[in-house]
Design a protein around this ligand. Structure first.
Ligand code: ATP
Length: 711
């Protein structure tokens, strides 16, 4: 991009790269090589210079902007730390708060709500992107619930009805003691029984020998043996309770993650016992298994993606929440466990449900209403403001991640700077830092692993930068490969000018840019009434819409009625899932180029969403798109002006690509079409579209162009 050069006044203006194509050759639809000659039609010279001067202003401004926000260095090249580290040399010097809730970064409002909910034992629904800290908040909430109210739950045999085991609650820690004493009672009884029988057997042998009555002695011994064996069998009456929930020695209220749990694990179950008939099997109470709702009694039950849980289970969960106790029974109807139903087991938990916004669709309507009525709903942020305090919090986050991982070295201040910078880039916004911290944690671990591999004691900025290369997401890897493939098969070629072909830009996944060439062809309509827009593939709808949007503008300002044409639009080698709205400006440019037979500069790539008025509206993923264009060898990239503040390209791309922010379609055409008077005539006419926008944004290149009323 040459940002520093430009700031220092040594900017390469786009005049240098501007190209002229002989107007007389414009009827020829074949590719035209761009030449760097200064041949301009005299009539157009003054205006072109004006346009180019304005372009310079615009480019300088854009580069300044990315310089300010996207670089660690200042204009002189001095490295400016992201925060004032003071005495802190690295993450090893950063204090980590004791409580988990204080380790959660960037969700002040959500933390406030969680604290309130913990105090009043309210349910909470957390909605947000993956990896922003939802389960961390839920765990933090459990730490805030009072542990002194915890109870142990025991299940006893019911002598009156063996299929209805008895439930008993005792203060936490008592359960273990009861179990121990009942076990020792049983074992003492067994020991005494064995000693007495042995004693009787020895006595019988001695008496038998003394009186020489061997047959009688043998029979007595056999009988004693039988008695011993039979008294072992019916254990039911003598065995003690089973400890269902043990909260002994717990410092905090339980946090149970029931994400993806099936009904048995969630609600409790009674195990099947094939030998239970005839009283020979395991007693019913010993087969009772607690559910997560019981284990989380007096604590937090956390369920991520609650909408994926089946409705029946959600309904049961709801009744457990309402009643605060739930009897345990066998979940499988065909199992002997289904005959058993325990007395109600307490399950007084606080529910923290979470997921992304789609999760609401699968959520039981009464469950949502219950949370709303007896709790709070929180929409989590995925970025926080880029302030000094928040940067410091990110440093704390790095220290936490290093400590939690336990296998990587600490981060030096330069590495911390690099992480803050990456958080900025990943937010996709100028004044923001990402809160998708699980993924940022991935980069921290990758950089740590790399530093360790290199035998370093501290992670440095270089380690972070290097590790970004091998910790690329799948989408980034797909995008990289597609760039190579497309280059190999000449799907696009960043050279010269071509009629009807434009280098569009798209995003796959979260933040991976992709060159998406679009081809348009215009032929006189076959139908006598009206031309057709023929667009293929998944993005056909967007193509049609885009051409329709632009048709009124073209007719009004160029006099060309596109309904006299059949227009074909094709996305060359486009992947499924490429988001398409940002292609609308590109499609419009390709169609205008095809109709007007003016070539498009292939060294330029383009992104933007087009309004019916011809305004270029903001799009997502500006940074990723610009970086993809630079990777693909593109020299200039046109983006909506309103996206300029979001641009934070990596330093290595800054020298490679020039960013041209625009407001209107006419500016797009001005920057992307090549040619002399033909192009200039068209742009001049199209300028009329942008006038309204120019009034709003005075520093655009539209200055001085008056709408041509004659058109
Ligand atoms: N706001 C945050 N503050 C501190 N650490 C965070 C934050 N968000 C995420 N992390 C880190 O990322 C890890 C994963 O976060 P967590 O499991 O809470 O995300 P989540 O929103 O529940 O994700 P998912 O919906 O995919 O389960 C945490 O253990 C922590 O290391």
């Amino acid at each position: 991009m040459g940002s520093k050069d430009n700031v220092n006044g040594e900017h390469d203006t786009i005049i240098d790269n501007d190209v002229n194509i002989d107007n007389n050759n414009n009827n020829n639809k074949e590719s035209n090589e761009i030449n760097n000659s200064e041949k301009e039609d005299n009539i157009e010279t003054n205006e072109t210079n004006e346009v180019n001067k304005n372009k310079e202003d615009t480019v300088i401004e854009s580069n300044k902007n990315t310089q300010d926000e996207g670089s660690l260095g200042d204009v002189e090249g001095n490295i400016k730390p992201m925060i004032d580290y003071g005495k802190i040399k690295g993450s090893q010097d950063v204090e980590i708060p004791q409580l988990l809730i204080d380790q959660v970064i960037g969700h002040e409002d959500a933390i406030e709500t969680i604290k309130k909910a913990a105090k009043q034992r309210r349910n909470v629904l957390l909605i947000g992107e993956p990896g922003v800290g939802k389960s961390m908040l839920a765990k933090g909430m459990a730490e805030m619930l009072p542990p002194e109210v915890l109870q142990d739950i025991l299940v006893y045999p019911n002598p009156e009805d063996t299929n209805n085991p008895i439930i008993r609650l005792v203060p936490s820690g008592e359960g273990k003691k009861i179990l121990k004493s009942s076990k020792s009672t049983v074992s003492n009884y067994d020991e005494w029984k064995t000693i007495i029988i042995l004693f009787l057997m020895v006595g019988a042998v001695l008496v038998g020998f003394y009186f020489k009555r061997f047959w009688e002695t043998a029979i007595i011994i056999l009988l004693l043996f039988l008695v011993a064996a039979l008294t072992k069998l019916p254990r039911n009456a003598s065995v003690g309770p089973k400890l269902l929930v043990n909260n002994a020695d717990k410092r905090f209220a339980p946090f149970i993650d029931a994400t993806g749990a099936h009904a048995g694990a969630l609600l409790g179950d009674v195990r099947h016992d094939p030998y239970q008939s005839g009283g020979l099997g395991t007693p019913a109470h010993e087969r009772v298994e607690p559910g997560m709702i019981h284990k989380s009694n007096k604590g937090v039950l956390y369920i991520d993606e609650i909408g994926t849980m089946n409705m029946k289970t959600q309904q049961e969960l709801l009744s457990a929440m309402q009643e605060k106790h739930y009897s345990i029974t066998g979940q499988s109807e065909t199992s002997s466990g289904a005959m058993v139903r325990s007395q109600p087991v307490p399950c007084d938990f606080v529910l923290v449900a979470s997921g992304n916004i789609q999760v609401l669709e699968g959520m039981h309507i009464a469950m949502r209403s219950r949370i709303r009525g007896y709790g709070y709903e929180v929409f989590m942020k995925d970025y926080m403001e880029d302030t000094k305090e928040n940067r410091e919090k990110l440093v704390q986050f790095v220290a936490q991640e290093v400590k939690n991982d336990g296998r990587i070295p600490h981060f030096s201040s330069s590495a911390l700077d690099e992480i803050i910078m990456e958080a900025k880039r990943r937010s996709g916004k100028k004044d923001a830092l990402t809160l998708r911290l699980r993924e940022l944690g991935g980069l921290i671990r990758a950089a740590g692993d790399f530093a360790k591999e290199q035998g370093a004691d501290l992670v440095t900025a270089e380690h972070v930068v290097e590790s970004k290369k091998f910790s690329r997401t799948l989408e980034q890897q797909i995008a990289d490969r597609s760039i190579i493939q497309r280059k190999e098969y000449s799907v696009y070629n960043p050279k010269g000018g071509k009629i009807g072909i434009v280098n569009g830009l798209a995003v796959i996944g979260d933040r991976s840019g992709l060159i998406s060439p679009i081809a348009a062809e215009a032929a006189p309509a076959q139908s006598t009434h009206e031309g057709k827009i023929i667009a293929t593939g998944k993005l056909g709808e967007i193509a049609r819409e885009s051409v329709q949007n632009v048709s009124a503008l073209i007719k009004k300002h160029t006099g060309t009625d596109i309904s006299h044409y059949d227009i074909h639009v094709q996305f060359l080698q486009t992947y499924d899932g490429v988001e398409g709205d940002s292609a609308s400006v590109s499609i419009a440019a390709a169609v205008i180029s095809a109709i007007e037979e003016i070539p498009i500069d292939q060294t330029v790539a383009l992104t933007g969403s087009l309004s019916v008025r011809g305004d270029v509206m903001p799009i997502g993923g500006a940074t990723a798109k610009i970086e993809a264009a630079a990777e693909a060898g593109i020299k200039k990239v046109i983006i909506p002006r309103s996206n300029l503040k979001d641009v934070m390209i990596e330093k290595k791309y800054e020298e490679q690509i020039e960013i041209i922010p625009v407001d209107s379609l006419s500016e797009v055409l001005d920057n992307i079409l090549v040619g002399g008077s033909r192009k200039n005539n068209l742009v001049k006419k199209m300028k009329a579209i942008g006038t309204a926008v120019a009034e709003k944004v005075p520093n655009t290149s539209i200055k001085g162009n008056i709408p041509n009323k004659s058109n």
